[in-house]
Design a protein around this ligand. Structure first.
Ligand code: ZN
Length: 297
């Protein structure tokens, strides 16, 4: 018993130091945040209407080949979603025949030839934008592929932790951007099957739930206003401590994310640090219960 208390104290001290490091040591941003194209608001609406009409859940969009490159495959018979795509047309010499612009002869007489040449070469490379509608996109729900795979965690079990904390995992369907790694709402979490570090995302989303960020009045959590930036810092910091406890990779990405949300030179507030450590302990313990029971049995 004494031993486990000592162990917890050592862990807490280490975690406090890790939280301090989080804003000082260099961090990185996940490459996955740039994996998918960011569609315009108009295109997102267009895709949503089509999904609704066809009764399929909206989700990340990509072309057939883009999905293939991400090891997800469009199911046979799936009909492509139509989006509007800008096309850039470069004008050729022929196209550029200038629209009648006042009296050309008069214009020419007042300008030097050098200027005219300059004008000509400038308009030669002139580009115009047109929009075309094409059916070549598919939402994630029209594709098949492997689900995310968590790394080996001998001392922590996902299902035990989720059950113990009253959290349900749901399919990753709603988010519009494939760059979104996961989400949490109420007592539910969803992880993108293409998440770059699914264990980090899982901990992050679980932390949002455990920290009370996903309650209906989420901006009034903890009896005070907690801005979105601090919620993100708290959830990611919790994930970072869990990565440390379970000896998993990805801490540099946590630091990058934390610094990005916190802003340069800012420290994690002490009230948040306390909540972060408590949440990390709670999630850690919830996943360890099965292992302990097995030992006892
Ligand atoms: Zn978050």
């Amino acid at each position: 018993m004494t031993n486990s208390i000592d162990k917890a104290t050592v862990e807490q001290t280490k975690w406090a130091a890790l939280l301090e490091d989080a804003v000082r040591k260099p961090g990185k941003m996940l490459e996955a945040y740039r994996a998918f194209h960011n569609y315009s608001f108009g295109n997102v609406l267009l895709a949503m209407f089509q999904c609704e009409a066809r009764g399929i859940a909206m989700g990340p969009l990509a072309t057939f080949d883009n999905w293939k490159s991400k090891k997800r495959f469009v199911r046979k018979g799936e009909k492509a979603i139509i989006l509007c795509r800008p096309v850039v047309i470069r004008l050729t010499e022929k196209d550029e025949a200038p629209a009648p612009r006042c009296d050309y002869a008069e214009y020419r007489s007042t300008q030097s030839f050098a200027m005219l040449d300059e004008e000509k070469s400038a308009s030669k490379g002139k580009v115009i934008k047109r929009f075309v509608y094409e059916a070549k996109w598919f939402v994630m729900n029209q594709t098949d592929g492997a689900d995310y795979k968590l790394p080996e965690m001998p001392s922590w079990n996902k299902n035990t932790a989720l059950a113990g904390l009253g959290i349900t995992e749901i399919p990753f369907a709603a988010p519009v951007s494939g760059n979104c790694q996961g989400f949490a709402r109420k007592d539910q979490v969803a992880i993108n099957p293409l998440a770059q570090l699914p264990h980090k995302t899982l901990f992050h989303e679980m932390a949002h739930v455990v920290l009370g960020h996903t309650k209906a009045d989420n901006y009034q959590a903890h009896g005070a206003e907690l801005p979105l930036s601090l919620m993100e810092v708290e959830a990611e910091s919790t994930a970072m401590l869990l990565l440390d406890a379970l000896e998993l990779p990805g801490a540099e990405y946590c630091r990058g994310y934390i610094q990005n949300w916190l802003g340069e030179g800012k420290e994690i507030p002490e009230s948040s640090a306390k909540r972060i450590i408590a949440a990390a302990e709670k999630i850690l313990r919830a996943g360890q219960q099965k292992a302990q029971q097995q030992v006892a049995a």
